[in-house]
Design a protein around this ligand. Structure first.
Ligand code: ADP
Ligand code: MG
Length: 226
């Protein structure tokens, strides 16, 4: 579904503080599987995830989505792709303070022009399935860590995108919530979605729902295992 060919990413290119965050990544991500990237801090996981999700462009190399080269597309096509193909859960969640949980969850649907009542109904369904139905009208800043994380997941799912991208989604969850998150991932896979996430958490690597764990080291793949 997603293929990377010889992808590199250099930050601050040509300057003394240049960083080679990715050094030639060849990778195939299978449709309808859960793939987890692991590796030490600074090994390039977030950078790789942002390239997979078309949020950043590689310095060199190519990215294919369903066989189509996407890394060289003009910005407006990439923006469209991000909206229709990907849902994102960011490491710091990036929910907007001052807006309610429901408003935050509905936000990514706004540019698509679907009737408000329809989006709202879907948002409420997602929130209920994540046990946040009774928090929908609360400002997001009143949520606990685990609730914030689930609100971010609900937001990532609002456009029914086929691919969910999540950066350390369980970092703030206790064991029970992490288990629930894994159950949710299994459910999303059963719905036909593809999930790519990073995680430090050995419980995630070992989880039955996870199909492939890919280890990164110093901007390269340390070896893929299934
Ligand atoms: P990880 O998610 O595995 O911790 P990152 O992809 O965040 O790794 O970072 C990989 C390397 O790239 C690190 O050395 C980091 O400092 C550097 N880096 C990440 N983002 C930027 C940026 N925007 N500008 C400069 N360097 C960056
Ligand atoms: Mg990271």
């Amino acid at each position: 579904m997603i293929t990377l060919n010889a992808v590199t990413k250099h930050y601050n290119e040509g300057r003394p503080n240049e960083v080679q965050a990715l050094r030639g990544i060849d990778l195939s991500i299978a449709k309808n599987e859960i793939t987890v990237l692991k590796g030490p801090s600074g090994s390039g996981k977030t950078t790789l995830l942002s390239i997979i999700g078309c949020m950043a462009r590689p310095t060199s190399g190519r990215v294919f989505l369903n066989g189509e080269a996407v890394s060289g597309l003009p910005e407006r096509f990439q923006t469209e792709l991000r909206r229709t193909s990907f849902g994102f859960v960011f490491q710091r969640f990036n929910l907007i303070r001052g807006l309610s949980v429901l408003e935050n969850v509905m936000l990514p649907a706004a540019p698509l022009g679907e009737p408000n009542t329809q989006v709202r109904a879907r948002a409420m369904e997602r929130l209920a399935s994540l046990d946040l139905g009774d928090k929908a009208l609360m400002p997001v800043e009143h949520l606990s860590g685990g609730e914030t994380q689930r609100a971010a997941i609900a937001r990532a799912l609002i456009n029914d995108a086929p691919i969910l991208i999540a950066d350390e989604p369980t970092a703030n969850l206790d064991t029970a919530l992490a288990d629930r998150f894994l159950g949710l991932l299994g459910q999303l896979r059963a719905e036909g979605r593809t999930i790519v996430m990073t995680s430090h958490d050995p419980r995630i690597w070992a989880a039955e729902a996870v199909d492939t764990v890919i280890e990164m080291r110093d901007g390269q793949l340390a070896g893929a295992q299934s």
